[in-house]
Ligand binder design. Structure first.
Ligand code: NAD
Ligand code: G3P
Length: 389
């Protein structure tokens, strides 16, 4: 379908639910990697299409770097492509690459966070006290914040650090496919805050759908921020497990077994540490089992873990060699999850997550994965009060 037809189609799908904003919302995306640039494209397309709701210019904050002797921002703003992180994809001309973080956010009503999550603390510190007090945010990051105080969602981290309400976007969304406008679904989760200013004056579910929904990118908006965030973070750890068995040449059955156990651990983790998350989110939403399947089929975490199995190199080496500056978030998340589970004495209840950590950081043998999963099944059986082998 030509791009112009697709734009028209979007407009039809959303027109009835759309209201005018009193003042159009200014949107800034913080991050310009593989997914950061893709989501910036999505948002800028919608901003151009809906002047009654959004300021046409969308800023995309870029962590500046040189590419062939030129600033990446200059290349993006002239060629309208992010040649390093999303090559060969045309970006809308109303998307402006901005290397100055504080300038990019200064007028923003909606902040879309989209950076590898290990960089969030430094960026959030720079933003403290510098964003509009009534700005709203959406986090597209997949990961957790773990400290001695506990495990926190990244949206909660942003809320507490910046004093603004933050939701999340997560789904079965390999960026290169979304960027090429192949159809996919996603889930946006946002809880309307107590200080909601009213329709047309503030961000609500309709505004978020108008911001993110495209003919090729179908959005379901819910309020279970914890559910979609837990699923999005933990499927990256499971994907590392799938990459190990793929690299060992064990085939699809082995990968399915890892995904089955992984889904169980994701739901258990959510119920144990974020009891307000809803179990049905994990299997009904794109952010749940669908994201697990797509990531375990072809994501960067699988590719890195497969290379580890084939070459014997470390996760960091494989990430560096394969991803050209992109990040496999499972490498960080499995460590964060291990640290949290160890702190609360629960590692034995999440044996797949723990096995992945041991393989990545403690040189444990990948061949031990099946035995560890057997042990887990034994624990589950006994917990259900049934006979254990
Ligand atoms: N790529 C995908 O398919 C995809 C899909 C859905 C969600 N996500 C999630 O979105 C988030 C962002 O992923 P991505 O794919 O856009 O990033 P990426 O993996 O492409 O990482 C590259 C980005 O990191 C930036 N960077 C490097 N060093 C930095 C530093 N010191 N400070 C700040 N930024 C620095 C680079 O400038 C670049 O913009 C992650 O949490 C990821 O899990 C990714
Ligand atoms: O390529 P990955 O493994 O980082 O996964 C990307 C996305 O999270 C898939 O939804």
């Amino acid at each position: 379908m030509p791009a112009s037809d697709r734009l028209g189609q979007t407009s039809d799908i959303l027109s009835e639910s759309l209201k005018c904003a009193e003042h159009p919302f200014k949107v800034t995306v913080i991050g310009s990697g593989n997914w950061g640039t893709t989501i910036s494209k999505v948002v800028a397309e919608n901003a151009a299409l809906r002047p009654q709701l959004f300021v046409s210019r969308v800023d995309m904050w870029v962590f500046q770097e040189q590419v062939d002797g030129q600033n990446l921002t200059d290349i993006i703003n002239t060629k309208h492509q992010n040649v390093k992180y999303l090559p060969n994809i045309d970006l809308p001309e109303n998307l402006v690459a901005n290397p100055d973080l504080l300038d990019a956010v200064k007028d923003a009503d909606i902040l879309v966070f989209n950076i590898p999550h290990q960089f969030l603390p430094r960026i959030a510190s720079q933003l403290e006290g510098k964003v509009k007090k009534d700005a709203r945010a959406i986090s597209c990051l997949k990961g957790f914040d773990v400290s001695k105080d506990g495990v926190r969602l990244l949206s909660t981290y942003i809320e507490e650090k910046l004093g603004i309400t933050c939701g999340a976007l997560s789904g079965a969304n390999l960026a290169p496919e979304v960027a090429k406008e192949n159809w996919s679904e996603t889930t946006v989760a946002y809880e309307i805050p107590k200080n909601f200013k009213g329709e047309g004056k503030d961000v609500d579910h309709g505004v978020l759908k108008a911001l993110f929904h495209r003919p090729y990118f179908h959005v379901n908006v819910i309020d279970d921020v914890a559910g979609i965030s837990v699923a999005g973070a933990l499927k990256n750890v499971v994907a590392l497990g799938c990459g190990f068995v793929e690299g060992l040449g064990w085939g699809n059955n082995a990968s399915a077994a890892i995904q089955r156990v992984g889904l169980g651990e994701i739901i258990k983790f959510g119920q144990m540490f974020f009891p307000h998350s809803r179990v049905q989110t994990y299997y009904q939403e794109s952010a749940g089992v669908a994201d697990l399947i797509t990531t375990c089929s072809g994501g960067r975490n699988v590719r890195v873990a497969t290379a580890m199995a084939k070459t014997g190199k470390s996760a960091e080496e494989c990430e560096k060699e394969l991803l050209n500056g992109q990040s496999a978030q499972g490498i960080h998340t499995c460590k964060e999850v291990h640290e949290w589970l160890a702190a609360c004495g629960k590692t034995e209840e999440f044996v797949l997550f723990e096995a992945v950590y041991q393989i990545v950081y403690e040189n444990a043998s990948m061949e031990t994965l099946p035995d560890m999963i057997e042990d887990l099944q034994g624990v589950n059986f006994k917990a259900d009060g049934e006979k254990s082998e």
